[in-house]
Design a protein around this ligand. Structure first.
Ligand code: KG4
Ligand code: ZN
Length: 334
């Protein structure tokens, strides 16, 4: 079995995965959403302190499995340096004290393998990764052959939901809150500009849309009109435009590179509008859409353990002196 640790942002999570069967034996996650909600976003130092409390608590529950462990896996990049360090420090200590190898796992590969928890991988696959830190289209052939086709130039899809929510004081994380408010809103009430509409490139940007939403909110505040209904209308119009942007780029990309299998991963893949619109687009290509179970969309150690099983089979270990945390990784390949 492999024990895996995830602490790249505001979720403390540990999992235990059977190497042979890929079965998830144990999985626990302690989220910090409540603690960060008052600030409208993740406060890195607070997150690190909460990991330092939560991870040992979870580890205590795993002691019965220690004798069966063959490796320790941990997310080391990308993420918040101070929070990654909490997980990596624990992983190093465990590797050293149990005298078993250490596996460094890329968080983005983790999100991709959230599709395959307790399942066989399905490649090649065109992947839309939408999280709090990333918006990317990736062509994946296998674990070690993944190519980033397009990324965001500024904010990510999920992050833009967090910021829109913060602007209206709705709380954190913004994704589920804005999605819920949007249900009772008119998505045509505001005509927000679709980002990079004219650009032929496959790339994303959310800063302009975020600014347009900010101006709309200010206007409604000035007119003392920022009530429940206008908030819902802003959320619905924003959500539609945020998805329009992705759908436009996907259509452009698919025209030249029709997908064989398509997948949406990452915390923001929980967005139902984005999911259903992507599914509709893929129907026209007769292309199946893979989605992770909702509980594995946001950050978790089960997905890290699933990648680690493959790395274990490839003897892809790292020495405890060599592992370091990286807040960013090279964007073009990983
Ligand atoms: O993957 P994740 O848990 O953390 C990162 O690796 O960043 O993703 C969290 C992000 C947050 O920005 C959150 O607001 C967003 O995913 N999110 C959503 C939804 N649920 C979560 N964004 C849009 N719609 C949702 N339903
Ligand atoms: Zn993530």
């Amino acid at each position: 079995m492999i024990l895996s640790i995830e602490s790249s942002c505001d979720d403390s999570s540990i999992a235990i995965t059977n190497i042979e069967t890929k079965e998830l034996i144990y999985h626990k996650k302690i989220s910090q959403e409540l603690e960060h909600s008052a600030y409208g976003g993740v406060v890195p130092e607070l997150a690190a302190r909460l990991h330092a409390e939560a991870l040992p608590k979870i580890l205590e529950e795993c002691k019965e499995y220690f004798q069966d462990l063959k490796a320790i896996a941990v997310t080391n990049a990308p993420g918040l340096s101070v929070t990654l360090t909490e997980g990596v420090t624990m992983a190093k200590a465990l590797s050293l004290s149990l005298n078993i190898p250490l596996i460094a796992v890329n968080h983005l590969k983790g999100h991709i393998y959230s599709l395959f928890i307790e399942k066989k991988e399905q490649f090649p696959c065109t992947i839309l990764l939408v999280s709090g830190g990333h918006t990317q289209i990736i062509e994946a052939n296998n674990l070690n052959d993944m190519r980033v086709i397009g990324s965001t130039m500024d904010d990510s899809f999920g992050e833009s939901f967090d910021k829109v929510s913060k602007m209206m004081g709705l709380g954190y994380p913004g994704g589920p809150i804005v999605q819920e408010k949007a249900k009772t809103g008119d998505n045509e009430a505001y005509d927000f500009p679709i980002p990079l509409r004219q650009s032929p490139k496959i790339e994303f940007s959310y800063s302009g849309l975020k600014n347009a939403v900010r101006i709309a909110i200010l206007k409604e505040e000035e007119n003392q009109n920022l009530n429940e209904q206008t908030i819902s209308n802003i959320c619905a119009s924003f959500q539609k435009t945020a998805s329009d942007h992705i759908l436009m780029k996907l259509k452009k990309y698919f025209k030249v590179n029709p997908p064989i299998t398509f997948a949406i991963v990452g915390g923001a893949s929980a967005n139902t509008e984005l999911r259903s619109r992507c599914e509709k687009l893929c129907e026209t290509y007769d292309c199946p859409v893979l989605l992770a179970e909702l509980k594995y969309c946001s950050d978790n150690a089960a997905m890290i353990g699933r990648v680690a099983v493959e790395q274990y089979k490839n003897s892809d270990f790292i020495s405890i002196n060599k592992i370091d945390v990286k807040s960013r990784i090279k964007e073009s390949t990983f």
